[in-house]
Design a protein around this ligand. Structure first.
Ligand code: FAD
Length: 223
């Protein structure tokens, strides 16, 4: 059996329900849920069976009928320029959900850059809210995807760190600076990091330097 046939056997077909640009270059793709998943897991997606699926963390909650994917357009990438043009009704190939970036009810800090907010959105929409501090880093005031959902429920436990603009309710500066300025980091708490390799590595190093135990840090890197 060749690799295309292997891949074909692992992929299931679903139909796009919606695909909306929610912020410049950032989209939410919706399709019907075909497999149960745990909040924090990802799926592989492709529009062409001969092309390796790219991985995307599910942003919707476990009890929703639709799967939501938050993605940003990479102009020079293969899949995202195609995804950004995709119309409702089009077929999409999806792998089974996988991954162990999974939280529980215990206290945690959720730290995300850009579309790295997706797993935390899924956790939040699946009912995890208590004892969570969500820190999201983005460049612009429009980079805080799903803020309308987070703000009313998380209140002061939702920090938006904006590096290139200032705005009401926004912390001016990168999330790493916010963490450096935080006088004390909690001891009995896990730190979940998700987003670009640069952010995850920088925050991991910063936390370890500040005395956080290595086994309290859980990371998901979008590479
Ligand atoms: C676990 C996981 C979860 C993820 N979740 C999300 C998510 O929720 N949302 C999201 O937006 N992204 C997510 N990603 C990233 C996502 O999988 C894709 O990498 C991203 O969307 C780009 O896909 P693409 O096909 O458009 O670009 P690709 O074709 O994969 O290219 C990506 C970049 O690499 C460069 N590149 C490609 N080939 C080469 C080469 N041969 N040499 C040098 N450079 C090259 C391209 O120019 C481009 O800038 C996740 C990644 C992982 C690992």
């Amino acid at each position: 059996m060749n690799s295309n046939t292997d891949q074909k056997n692992k992929l299931q077909t679903t139909k796009i329900l919606e695909n909306n640009e929610i912020s410049p270059g950032v989209y939410v793709l919706k399709f019907k849920k075909i497999k149960e998943f745990k909040a924090g897991q990802y799926v592989g997606l492709t529009t062409d069976l001969s092309v390796t699926p790219r991985l995307y963390t599910i942003a919707s909650g476990i009890n929703q009928d639709e799967v939501h994917i938050l993605y940003n357009l990479k102009d020079d990438g293969w899949l995202t320029p195609r995804l950004s043009e995709i119309k409702p009704g089009t077929e999409l190939f999806v792998t089974d959900p996988e991954g162990d970036f999974i939280d529980d009810q215990s206290p945690a800090w959720w730290i995300a850059s850009g579309t790295g907010i997706a797993p935390f959105s899924s956790m939040f929409r699946s009912g995890l809210k208590k004892d969570k501090l969500l820190i999201h880093g983005g460049r612009f005031a429009h980079s805080f995807y799903f803020e309308k959902e987070f703000l009313p429920e998380l209140g002061d436990n939702y920090i938006r760190c904006c590096s290139q603009e200032s705005g009401e309710g926004l912390y001016s500066g990168r999330l790493t600076r916010y963490l450096q300025e935080t006088s004390e980091l909690p001891k009995d708490c896990r730190f979940f990091l998700c987003g670009s390799p640069e952010m995850v590595i920088e925050v991991r190093d910063l936390l370890i330097l500040r005395g956080v135990e290595y086994n309290k840090i859980v990371a998901e890197i979008y590479f």
